[in-house]
Design a binder for this molecule. Sequence first.
Ligand code: GLU
Length: 478
Amino acid sequence: MNTMTRTEPSFRESVDLMFNRAVALMDLAPGLEEKIRVCNATYTVRFGVRLRGGIQTFTGYRSVHSEHMEPVKGGIRYAMGVNQDEVEALAALMTYKCALVEAPFGGSKGGLRIDPLQYDEHELELITRRFAYELAKRDLIDPAQNVPAPDMGTGEREMAWIADQYARMNTTDINARACVTGKPLNAGGIAGRVEATGRGVQYALREFFRHEEDKAKAGLSGTLDGKRVIVQGLGNVGYHAAKFLQEEDGAIITGIIERDGALFNPKGIDVEAVRAWLVRHGGVAGFPDAAHTAEGGAVMEEDCDILIPAALEGVINLSNAERIKAPLIIEAANGPITAGADDVLRGRGTVIIPDMYANAGGVTVSYFEWVKNLSHIRFGRMQRRQEEARHELVVNELERISDALGKAWTLDPTFKEKYLRGAGELELVRSGLDDTMRSAYQSMREVWHGRDDVDDLRTAAYLVSIDKVASSYRAKGL
Ligand code: GLU
C-alpha cells in the first residue's frame, strides 16, 4: 500500500519537516522549539500470548509525544505496518491536533503489530487484554495520565476490553471508565463517537465552503451540493464522511478507493450500498453500479472537486503528487500527504485542509466522552425536559395569540415539532463538535489570510497549535 519512494523522508521526519517550516516563522524561546518537536518517550513491549497450542509473541508501542497537558491522548492502531517511527509521528500529530481544537490533552499514540483479520474474536480479546495489562501497569493507560482510543484496526469492541482490563486492575478507581475513549454506549461510551471523525470532516468542509475567499483559492464556488468527491478508504472515517456528504450535502461521490482496487462512476456511487458490499464480500470488486479498476491508486488522479484520503499515511507522495488533479484535498487520514508531495501540491496551488484539523473530530468527541465519564452523568440528562417545558411555554403562548387573531396566522407544524424537542446527548455532541470545527477553522484561516509569510492552511494550523503548546510550557515555567 505504502508507495513512498526512497528519496522521501520517513513519516516522522515528514511531520518534523512540516513542523520546522512553521516554526521558522515563529519567535520561540531558544530550545523550546526542539522541546516541543521531540517525542518525550516511546515504550516498546514484547509479550507472549498462549494461542492455538503455542505461544505467540507480539510487539506493541505506546509513544508519548508531549505532556504539556495531561492526560495525553491518542488512539491504538492494529496493523502489520506499525513501527516506532509511525507511532511517534502519529503521537506528534495528536499533540498538535489537540492543541488546535482545544482538547486539553498532550499527544500520544499506540500500536500493535498484528493483522487483526488473522485472529478470531476470542483470540483478539486475549491479545488486547494482555497488551492493555502491559500498558496499564506502566501508567500508559490511566484516566489522569494516558487515555487511548480507537484507530485503524480497532474500535468499540477493543476499547471495551481495555476499559474492563483497567477496571480489573484498579478496582477502587471510581473514574476507571475514563481510562479509554471510543467505548460502546453500554460500557461508558458517548453517542456519536463512532461517526465523529467522519462527521468532523463534513463540518470542516461545510465551514470551508462558508468562506468565498477560501473557495476562490481552490478555484471552487457555490456549496457542497453537486461537488464531485473521491474518497480513498471506506473504513470508519471515509465511510462516514462520504455518507454524510452524499446524504446531507448533496455531494456526488464519484470514486471510492479500497484495498482491492477502486470504483468509479461520474454519475455518483451509493456509499451505503458500497459499504454493505464491502462488508459482505471483503472488497469492492464486483460492485454492480460502478466501473472497477484493480489499479486503485490511479483513481486518486481522476478529475474531481474534492479528494478525501481517509486511510493510510503517505498515499500522496512524490510518485503521484504531480498527477493529482483535485483542487481541494482534505486529509481525513493522519499524514496521507508526504512533506515532498505537500511542496509539489502547494506549488501548484492545491488547497490542503490538513490532518491535524480535518480529522480532529474523533479526539474532540473523545474529549466529551472523557468528561462524561468523569462527571458520571450523560449529557443532557438534567436539562432536556426543562428545555422542552420552556419551549412548550413559548409554543403555547404563540398558539394563544394565533387563536386571539382568529387563526389568521398559525405555527408551521414542523417548526413546532423541531422547536419542542430538547437536545439529547447526540444533538449536544454534534453541536459541540460543530462549534469546535468552526472555531478551529477560523483560528487557522485568520493566520492563513492575515500573514504574508503564510500561504497554506497546514502552516497556519501548525502556527496556531505550536503557539498554544508553547504557552502551556511557558505557564509551567519552562
Ligand atoms: N485515533 C484518533 C486520531 O487519530 C482518535 C484519537 C482519540 O480519540 O484520542 O485522532
